[in-house]
Design a protein around this ligand. Sequence first.
Ligand code: AHR
Length: 500
Amino acid sequence: MPTAHLTIDPAFTIAPVNRRTFGTFVEHMGRCVYTGIYEPGHATADEDGFRKDVLELTRELGVSVVRYPGGNFVSGFRWEDSVGPRAERPRRLDLAWHSVETNEFGLDEFSRWCAKAGVEPMMAINLGTRGVQEALDLLEYANHPGGTALSDLREQHGAAPYGIKLWCLGNELDGPWQVGHKTPTEYGRLAAETARAMRMIDKDLELVACGSSSSRMPLFGTWERDVLRETYEFVEYISCHAYYGNDDGDTASFLASAVNMDHFIDSVVATADHVGAELKSSKKIGISFDEWNVWYGDRSRRTDGPGEAWEVAPRRIEDEYNVTDAVVLGNLLISLLRHSDRVGVACLAQLANVIAPIMTEPGGAAWRQPTFHPFAITSRLAAGQVLRIETDSPLVSTAKYGDVPAVDAVATYDDGQIALFAVNRSSEGPVEVTVDLTRAGVTSLDEAVIVHDDDPLATNSAAHPDRVTAQPFESARLADGKLTITLPAISWTALSLSTN
Ligand code: AHR
C-alpha cells in the first residue's frame, strides 16, 4: 500500500481559525428562499414563516455568516420593494434567473432569520442597475439607529437596526450575464465612490470589492488589478468565486479541485500585493471567497431563457451531491483553512436547495446532502490556530493539474486540542498515513470520523436521507506520539486529539 507521512507541530502556525470561513449564501434564486428557508404553512413554520427544520439544520451545519440577497439577483434588486407591508410589495421580473420575485421575503425577514439562525448577515448591494445613492439609502435603512427618514421607516416596519458590518459592493460585474455588466475601470470607480460614501456613514464597515467571477474569465488578473487600483484604500476584501464540476468524467482532476483553489487564492493575493506595492501601501487586502462549491451542468447558462414561463421560485440547479462531491468539498475547505492568513470570509453557495448542503421538499421533509457532513464537522472541530502540515505523499496524475499529492491535509491547534482534516484524492486505492505528533505531545485520540463509501456515487434523497453520513473511523491508531491511519480511496477524514 502506498504510504504518506505528515508532521504536525503546534509551532507551525499560519493564522487563527477565522469563524467567517464557515459562511454560506442565501440568494433569491430558485427555491433557496421560497420553500427553502421560508415556507409559511409548512408543518414546521414558525410565526415568521421560517422553516424550523431548515433553521435547525443551518445551526447543525455550523454556519457563521450568510451572504444575501445575491448573486446575480442583486444586480436588478430594488431593496425598497422588499420592505413594508407585504400586501403592498410589488412583484417584479427577476432577469437574472428568469423568474418572478414576489418580495414576500425581504430585508427585515432576512435580518430576523439571521438572528434566529445565530448567523452574521453579509449584505450585497446592487451596483448593476444602481449606484451610490441607493447604497447609502439601504445602509441608512439597515443600520442607522433612528431619527432619519429611512431609519424611522424601518422602525415603523417593526425592525431593529440590523447592525450589518460586511457589505459586498455588487456581484460578478465582470460577467456579461450580469445585469449592468461593467468594464474594470467603470466598476472600480463606482465601487470606490460607493465605498467612500458608505464610510461617511460608518467608517468601521468591512467592504468587499468584486473580483472576477471565476479564474477562467478572460480578464482574470487584469480585472483584480484594475479594480484594486481604484478601490484599494476603501475596501478590506476582494472577492473570489469558484465552482467545480465533474461533468466531463475527468474524476482525477475533479478530485484535485483544491489544487486549483490554492492556485486561485495565491494568484489573487499576489495581484493584490502587487497593487499594494504600486501604491506604496502597507495595508493588506483580504480574500472574501464568497461563492464556492461543486456545481454540475452548464455554468454559463444563467437562465432557462426566453420562451420559458416566468414562475415564482422555479426549481433551479438543484444538484444532487454524492460521496465524491463531499470529499472534494471537504478538500476545498482544507484549502480555505490553509489560507486563513488571507481568506477572511468564505461562503458556500448556497444554503438550501440551490447547489446546497440542505434540501427540502415543499410541504415535506428537509435532509442533508453528503456535502453537509464535511462542512459541519470542520466547522465544529476547527479552532484556535491553523497549522501548516509538512506532507510527504504519493502522487496522482491528473489531466488538468499534472501530478498532485494524493493526500492533502490541514490541522488546527487550540489549547490542548488538535483537529486534523485529511483527504485521499486517489481513486486507485488506500494510502497508509503516519502522522508524527511527537512535538504536539498528543495523549489521546478523542474522535475520528470518515466520509467514504464503497460506492463513490452514493447519495441522499428524501426517501433515503441518511444513506451517506459521516461514520466512525475505526482504523485510526495512536502509539508513541505517532498516529497511523489508512485512508481509503476517495475519502475525507477528521480527527480530534488531546495534547498534554
Ligand atoms: O450561486 C449561483 C450564482 O453563481 C450566483 O448568483 C452568481 O453570483 C454566480 O455566478
